[in-house]
Design a protein around this ligand. Structure first.
Ligand code: PAF
Length: 309
């Protein structure tokens, strides 16, 4: 790397000597026009554009998505936008954490090329009348408890994909239903990008990393580990040959009910693609849990491929 041209600690794009992949300084784009022109410039150099959409409050789960994007792409855009249309009345839109400066620092360290951090006015007209809605897949699991949530997610993702025009976008398996819904939207609307789903990142005690873990007290966080314990039980029962979903769900609910602060929203076993409930364990199954603990609503899931149809 001696021959690489660096300026003030910033490695300048495209080493003319060694040809190695090198980075430019991170840009922060606040407008649609500016992010579009940065992506256009990268694309004109033949770069593969990766995109990680986020609502900020970045944690190691997001960092794992950014790392995957940096590894697979030549130019990485991260969006930070707390999307109002995916929050229902009484949900945590106002109090959702917005530590922008810390987020920018994380992106810079992770090797992001552009952070797109628009205002709500940039993203939505005063009266938005155009929506993207994926049917069926959004009517189960979280969709039953958060009416309108997925319509907000698919609408903002469609808008972001139109603005950023990435070759590939990265999502986390923790939001399993979101990943399935986004994949289907991209397929149904013939959007020219690939969706990559990265594994759930967990804390040492197994709790899935989430921005909403910040709302929990120490005791509540301890209680929250029952979520992954219930999913672990589900995996063990499937692997031991239990075929009846209800038998597994009963055992999972028992584990969740032992934690005093946990209020179960749903425990479901569904087909991993269609998201329809399964009476019998067959094929690739998604076991998903949603609970409320104090002020937080937490979700987690596992996928078990039984290999049988
Ligand atoms: O997963 C999230 O953080 C959000 O739902 C997303 C995909 C950034 C859309 O606002």
């Amino acid at each position: 790397m001696d021959s690489c041209f660096r300026r003030n600690d910033t490695i300048v794009d495209g080493c003319e000597f060694c040809g190695e992949r090198v980075k430019t300084e991170m840009e922060v784009a606040e407008t649609i026009e500016s992010v579009r022109s940065l992506v256009k410039a990268a694309r004109s150099k033949g770069k593969r554009v990766g995109f990680v959409p986020t609502m900020g409050a970045l944690h190691i789960g997001h960092i794992s998505l950014i790392e995957a994007a940096v590894k697979e792409c030549d130019f990485v855009v991260v969006s930070i936008f707390v999307n109002p249309t995916q929050f229902g009345p009484g949900e945590d839109f106002e109090k959702y954490p917005r530590p922008l400066e810390a987020d920018l620092e994380i992106c810079k360290k992770a090797g992001v090329d552009v952070v797109f951090a628009p205002t709500p006015e940039q993203m939505y007209r005063a009266e938005n009348v155009t929506w993207v809605n994926v049917e069926k897949l959004t009517e189960t699991l979280c969709g039953r408890f958060r009416p309108g949530h997925f319509r907000g997610v698919t609408t903002i993702c469609a808008k972001l994909f139109n603005i950023v025009s990435p070759d590939v976008a990265f999502f986390g398996q923790k939001d399993a239903q979101q990943a399935v819904v986004i994949k289907r939207m991209v397929a149904d609307l013939n959007m020219p990008l690939e969706i990559v789903v990265c594994p759930t990142v967990r804390e040492n005690d197994g709790l899935a990393v989430s921005s909403r873990n910040k709302y929990l007290t120490k005791e509540q966080k301890k209680d929250a580990t029952c979520i992954c314990k219930s999913l672990q039980k589900c995996r063990e029962m499937i692997e031991a040959g239990t075929k009846d979903s209800e038998t597994i769900i009963v055992e999972m609910r028992k584990i969740l009910s032992r934690a005093p602060s946990v209020e179960i929203e749903y425990v479901s076993i569904v087909d991993a693609e269609s998201l329809q409930s399964l009476d019998k364990i067959i094929g690739k199954v998604l076991a998903a849990v949603a609970v409320r603990i104090g002020p937080a609503r937490l979700i987690d899931n596992i996928v078990v491929d039984t290999g049988k149809q």
